[in-house]
Ligand binder design. Structure first.
Ligand code: ATP
Length: 844
């Protein structure tokens, strides 16, 4: 690998934004379900809203109704020629019969009265069939010389009486003139104009609310869905890795916004077409479609940064999606419903409703969208109703009828006082006052800027600095009180700290290219993870950071790579301060984080190409570099698979390859070989040795002593956030590896392991400072730190003890690096689960 002093980057704003866009494109095309849901949901809800609007009947004068039998498809009309039928009654009955398609002649010998007939039919067909089929009937009978016509009707239909009478009269008319017909129409009188206006007022408000919440539901869901990728990328560390590779926060968020806005505008354009197809007057007439587009455009402008801002609160995409959906729906639907209800004049809570409305308009984009759609519909409704009325009233007043009242104004509902409520409307829909939408438009425009600024302030660490400044004094350090007693500072560690603190950073930079000066980390939970560590690392070194789980290794890496802020102290990498020049620091390092920061939907090759471009490598060189990395990491077979399908070991290989892209002078590897098979591990060791030989500085953490022995030129062991020993592996063995290690295997009696207590007491009596390291299933692990103990003496003692204490087997070794590690780390406090409060906040 060719050595150069610095990585080629950083990439430009436009190139890193383009790379971020292409990453988003790949993610979207391989997550079709989310992309389709983003597109379809708002469209479906808009269709629903506009269909509801079309289905609601116009409020106004009731239409005329022609009375006939058309509403009943399967009717039967009974008729009779009377008990005393003759030619006259028969001719009336026949004329009546000719009016219908389906009739039944009632036999008056069987049914002396019509009621007998109706009872028989009800018993035969059931009451519900009877009511659906038997609506009218007529009886033509003789009473003396006169013909008596009787119309029967079913009481269930509203117009039953009138229909029955109409047909009976038509029957009589037909007898004399078979071509004549009387058509009966029921046409209610026109309503009073003020009654109509009030009914339209309530109907308009109701429809406006229904349309607003339906559209809002779809839009809020779509806007929230953009959070999934953001949380995923941040929680797996891919975002931090991109930052390390040269992506500036502004470029990252700009590309997110451009991509999300594009995805957002596609359904918005389809929604515009739907508005035009449905031709909803309120949103289409007089060029209002342009205003509707402005509302949607500003909603996208404000809601996307709003969602970006909220994404910082979550670590799990599904939790974030659910919670932010709830926030969006609550701030849209529920708050809209609340202010709508509070503003009903009858309730007397208008002032509270108005005050809340102002607050919600200022803060919530979802509320603004809902209210703007609702106000537009209301304004249009009022304009259509009250506009013509007002003209008439003005004309009347001008003509001297000064007592003419405007039906769009009416006394307050209780009828007390002189207050009048008028349906206000504006010809200019962008009017500031309600039902104009000026306020919603302005505040959505402002919100976009404010939310984006908050996102950038958080991203550049300014918010956390403000928070630290406010809370720093009060924060308690939990870890610092733990287990510090009993651990004397090692002379090498102390000497190194003295060396670092005795000289200025400039002075130290002559010999050391990475300097840690009193680096300290206290997390927000108060946990003291890293405690005042100092050391200098010269160029070309492979420096190992060892320690048990929770010792503070990853926290140290996170501070050095800019993922976490230092609580105090500073670190310098190639002269650049981690605190004040993190971008330059990142430009000089490659980072393989502890957990693979990979985007599951991208293939290994795509991932390497992306990071190569982010590193600013020339396009012509990228393919060669990527192929070489794929080869040395033995990833040829998997390079074109999506990384979501990679095994744990292959993910580590790819993460290590990312760290090596661009030949950075410093390479930070956090447990790079975890999960790798022995062959791959040794291959990686060879690669790392070559990298170091090419002039790079490696800093690695590992739990494998063998790995540190093989790779590290110098190492530290960390316990509870402190350095407890420092030096080359051989130096540590020489310094701390006194004495011997003894392993014993106890014998069995009746299938039960013999107790080792007597053996332990016996050996403790012979060897000064003997320690029992571990006992497990009959295996006992001793450390004999006594320098004066001779190998021959140990064997002699054990040969005797073997018989006496029924030891099956034993072995004696010189102390290894692993035993030194275990000696130091026995004081390590088990890692604490993250603070419950924090966990809850981040929904882990
Ligand atoms: N964001 C955080 N907030 C609070 N405490 C944290 C946070 N991150 C880490 N810690 C705590 O700091 C301590 C050190 O964690 P760190 O990840 O640095 O350990 P480590 O030495 O890398 O361990 P491992 O070998 O398991 O990776 C742990 O007790 C951990 O619980």
């Amino acid at each position: 690998m060719k050595a150069s002093e610095e990585t080629p980057g950083p990439c430009t704003l436009s190139s890193s934004s383009m790379e971020c866009l292409s990453r988003k494109f790949i993610h979207a095309t391989r997550n079709i379900a989310i992309a389709v849901a983003q597109l379809l949901l708002p469209i479906i809800f808009t269709i629903l809203a506009l269909s509801v609007e079309k289905a609601i009947p116009d409020v106004g004068d009731d239409p005329a109704l022609v009375l006939n039998m058309n509403p009943w498809k399967q009717y039967t009309v009974p008729y009779s020629k009377g008990v005393n039928s003759d030619l006259t009654t028969t001719s009336y009955a026949d004329a009546y019969k000719s009016l219908f398609g389906n009739t039944d002649l009632v036999d008056r010998t069987t049914y002396p009265t019509f009621n007998d007939y109706f009872k028989a039919v009800q018993e035969d067909q059931g009451i519900s069939t009877f009511n659906r089929r038997y609506i009218v009937a007529s009886d033509f009978d003789k009473q003396g010389s006169q013909v008596m016509a009787t119309a029967h009707f079913n009481g269930q239909p509203y117009h039953g009486i009138a229909i029955s009478l109409q047909f009976m009269m038509n029957g009589i008319l037909r007898k004399f003139d078979p071509t004549s017909n009387i058509e009966v129409t029921n046409h209610p009188l026109p309503k009073k104009e003020s009654d109509n206006v009030r009914r339209i007022f309530f109907a308009t408000n109701g429809t406006a609310f229904t349309i607003a919440i339906s559209i809002l539901f779809g839009m809020a869901f779509m806007a929230t869905s953009f959070i999934i990728f953001l949380i995923k990328e941040r929680s797996v560390g891919a975002k931090h890795l991109q930052a390390v590779s040269g992506v500036r926060p502004f470029a990252y968020w700009l590309s997110c916004f451009v991509w999300d806005m594009f995805n957002y505008l596609v359904p918005v354009f389809i929604i515009m077409i739907l508005f035009a197809i449905f031709g909803t007057d309120a949103y289409v007439n007089d060029g209002r479609l342009g205003i509707v587009f402005l509302i949607f455009l500003l909603y996208g402008w404000s809601v996307l940064p709003f969602v970006y801002m909220l994404h910082f609160l979550f670590n799990v995409p599904s939790t974030g999606m659910v919670a932010v959906s709830m926030i969006n729906l609550l701030s849209g639907l529920i708050f809209l419903l609340a202010t709508y209800t509070l503003s009903i004049p009858l309730l007397g809570t208008e002032a509270i409703g108005k005050a809340l409305e102002i607050i919600f308009i200022i803060i919530f984009p979802n509320y603004d969208l809902g209210l703007a759609l609702m106000d537009m519909y209301t304004n249009s409704g009022y304009k259509d109703i009250c506009g013509p009325v007002r003209e008439t009233v003005c004309k009347l007043i001008a003509a001297g009828r000064s007592n003419a009242t405007n039906p769009c104004c009416f006394p307050d509902f209780c009828g007390e006082g002189d207050d009048t409520t008028c349906f206000t409307y504006y010809d200019n829909f962008l009017q500031w006052e309600k039902p104009g939408i000026g306020r919603e438009i302005l505040f959505m425009a402002i919100q976009g800027v404010v939310f984006f600024a908050i996102v950038l302030l958080a991203e550049y660490g300014i918010l956390s600095r403000i928070k630290n400044a406010l809370t720093g004094g009060m924060r308690a350090s939990v870890g610092s009180q733990v287990n510090l007693q009993g651990q004397e500072e090692d002379s090498d560690v102390a000497a190194e700290a003295r060396r670092i603190n005795a000289s200025s950073a400039q002075e130290l930079q002559k010999t050391d290219s990475l300097i840690l000066k009193n680096v300290d980390k206290i997390y927000d939970t108060g946990f003291h993870a890293v405690k005042n560590i100092s050391c200098g690392i010269p160029k070309n070194e492979c420096f190992g950071l060892l320690g048990q789980n929770g010792a503070g290794k990853t926290s140290t890496f996170k501070m050095l790579t800019g993922d976490e802020a230092l609580t105090s102290g500073n670190a310098y990498l190639n002269q650049y301060s981690v605190k004040s020049n993190i971008k330059k620091v990142q430009q000089n390092l490659g980072y393989c984080p502890q957990f693979d920061a990979l985007i599951d939907q991208m293939t290994g090759r795509e991932t390497l190409y992306m990071y190569a471009r982010l590193r600013g490598i020339e396009e012509s060189q990228i393919s060669g570099i990527v192929e070489r990395l794929i080869n040395i990491m033995m990833l040829q077979k998997h390079a074109d698979k999506e990384t979501g399908f990679y095994s744990g070991g292959n993910k580590r290989k790819l993460s290590t390859a990312i760290a090596l892209i661009g030949d950075p002078p410093f390479i930070f590897l956090d447990e790079p070989t975890t999960g790798m098979d022995p062959g791959a591990r040794r291959q990686l060791w060879n690669v790392l040795s070559d990298v170091r030989a090419s002039g790079r500085t490696l800093i690695l953490t590992s739990h494998s002593m063998e790995e540190c022995d093989a790779l590290c030129t110098r190492l530290v062991i960390m316990v509870n956030g402190r350095f407890v020993c420092l030096g080359s592996p051989q130096h540590l063995k020489n310094k701390f590896g006194h004495g011997y290690t003894l392993f014993c295997r106890m014998g069995l009696k009746d299938g039960v392991v013999i107790s080792s207590t007597d053996l332990v007491n016996h050996l403790k009596g012979i060897f000064k400072d003997l320690e029992v390291f571990d006992t497990n299933q009959g295996y006992v692990h001793f450390r004999i730190p006594d320098d004066n103990a001779k190998l021959a003496q140990i064997f002699g003692v054990m040969e005797q003890a073997k018989e006496q204490f029924e030891v099956d087997d034993y072995s004696v070794h010189q102390t290894t690096l692993e035993q030194i590690f275990l000696t130091f780390t026995q004081n390590q406090v088990a890692p604490k689960e993250k603070d419950k409060k924090k966990c809850c906040k981040s929904c882990c």
